[in-house]
Design a binder for this molecule. Structure first.
Ligand SMILES: Cc1cc2nc3c(=O)[nH]c(=O)nc-3n(C[C@H](O)[C@H](O)[C@H](O)COP(=O)(O)OP(=O)(O)OC[C@H]3O[C@@H](n4cnc5c(N)ncnc54)[C@H](O)[C@@H]3O)c2cc1C
Length: 386
């Protein structure tokens, strides 16, 4: 595997890094303090990221997207990862699952999402069904040319700013070797549909300014033409397309940890105690070395998964390895960074305590570390009848 960047890829990295430093980082403190990004700032970031060519960079160029493959998109995510996610996510990377849009869905949902006129969110999780997706209780019952949706979704990220939701609901049941499991169908549901309600979600310790919401569906009618992909095949579609979100988490963790390590090295080289730089104490210098070792390993695992995916060799296991290792690496690196800064590391004058809090969710969302380990071990054991 050759991870050397072409001239064009280096340009993508440089453009995104400059954009992150100039257009996003200066707003971090205010967003953290206010707990939200103002509508004006959202519009400005959207406009400037479209101008910079990084908005919807993962979407096909023939549809107006950036046309970047998995590897190049990962490079973009890694650079954006250095800043707060509340700012980063505005530089939208529409869910890859929208590529399953067909017929009028392309005009109604996909194209305006690529141009930034509409924003999507994705709803899978429920109060009683998180990791156990196929145990979901939100139902979709066929009635003529409609499906009628009933149930509740929670933890739905940026639903407050979205226009529609990619909703997964139970459209039936089937007998499997592991007992009865729900058949799942994906739907595109406008938030102004009657019977669809958005309620304020929970306050989260990670990613201040990036909100989650609760969605209630009460006899909400969705036309069958809004089925995303095939009826009853939503679980397969999610597995096929959502690997990319795990890769995104991994890339963001690498970007965030890079910044934490850079700050730590600068501090260790300038802060003096007992008449010398603290970086001269082995207790500190070995921390820096361990941070670099894990960061490099995480980056290589992330690039491997992206590299193979970009060449049509999607590997669930490689994505899971990248996510679990990078998210745990970032927790370690941001924690050690705080230790190296001493008391100041915990103060909000510096971005470190935010990065430490922000990265906590990366071991939970988009599939917990335990579920990633389940994916990895299952691939090891299956050939042996496990
Ligand atoms: C801030 C935030 C934003 C989110 N955004 C979205 C979103 O936009 N859309 C969406 O659909 N969801 C979203 N989620 C939900 C997220 O994907 C779930 O939280 C996650 O999948 C875990 O589900 P759970 O929280 O219900 O935990 P549970 O599934 O109840 O798990 C609890 C614990 O049990 C462990 N566990 C469960 N099953 C197993 C098993 N088989 N083997 C070993 N251990 C197991 C888990 O690893 C975990 O440690 C978000 C979550 C958060 C916190």
């Amino acid at each position: 595997m050759d991870f050397r960047l072409s001239q064009e890829q280096q340009m993508i990295v440089d453009t995104t890094r400059q954009f992150t430093e100039r257009e996003l980082m200066p707003h971090e403190e205010k967003v953290e303090r206010d707990g939200h990004v103002t509508p004006d700032l959202i519009s400005q970031i959207k406009k400037r990221s479209i101008e910079a060519g990084i908005y919807a960079c993962n979407m096909p160029s023939e549809l107006g997207g950036g046309g970047l493959d998995s590897f190049d998109t990962t490079l973009v995510d890694r650079e954006l990862g250095a800043t707060s996610y509340a700012l980063h996510y505005i530089v939208a990377r529409p869910s890859n699952i929208l590529r399953a849009c067909r017929d009028q869905q392309i005009k109604e949902f996909l194209l305006p999402t690529i141009t930034g006129e509409r924003v999507e969110c994705l709803a899978m999780s429920e109060p009683d069904a998180g990791s156990d997706v196929r145990g979901m209780k939100c139902t979709a019952t066929r009635d003529g040319d409609d499906y009628v949706i009933n149930g509740t979704k929670h933890f739905i990220s940026h639903a407050d700013l979205a226009d529609y939701v990619i909703l997964f609901a139970a459209s039936g049941e089937e007998q499997t070797s592991k007992g009865v499991k729900k058949k799942i169908t994906g739907f595109l549901v406008d938030f102004d549909s009657p019977g669809c309600e958005r309620v304020k979600g929970y306050n989260c310790v990670s990613n201040n300014g990036y909100h989650n919401m609760i969605l209630n569906f009460d006899n909400c009618r969705v036309p069958t033409r809004n089925i995303l992909g095939e009826e009853h095949k939503g679980f397969d579609a999610a597995n096929e397309w959502l690997g990319a979100t795990r890769l995104q988490v991994a890339a963001v963790c690498v970007g965030r940890a890079r910044r934490a390590l850079k700050l730590s090295v600068e501090w260790a080289a300038t802060r003096e105690q007992f008449g010398q730089q603290i970086g001269k104490f082995q207790g500190i210098s070995f921390k820096l070395a361990d941070m670099q070792i894990r960061l490099d390993a995480a980056e290589l695992l992330t690039l491997r998964a992206a590299f193979n995916d970009a060449r049509g060799n999607f590997s669930d296991t490689e994505m899971a390895i990248a996510k679990v290792f990078s998210s745990e690496m970032c927790q370690f690196v941001t924690d050690e960074a705080i230790q190296i800064f001493g008391g100041m590391g915990l103060m909000d004058e510096l971005p470190l305590e935010r990065m430490w809090r922000d990265t906590r969710v990366d071991r939970i969302w988009d599939g917990t570390s335990e579920i990633q380990r389940h994916i990895i071990s299952r691939a090891l054991l299956r050939p042996h009848g496990g």
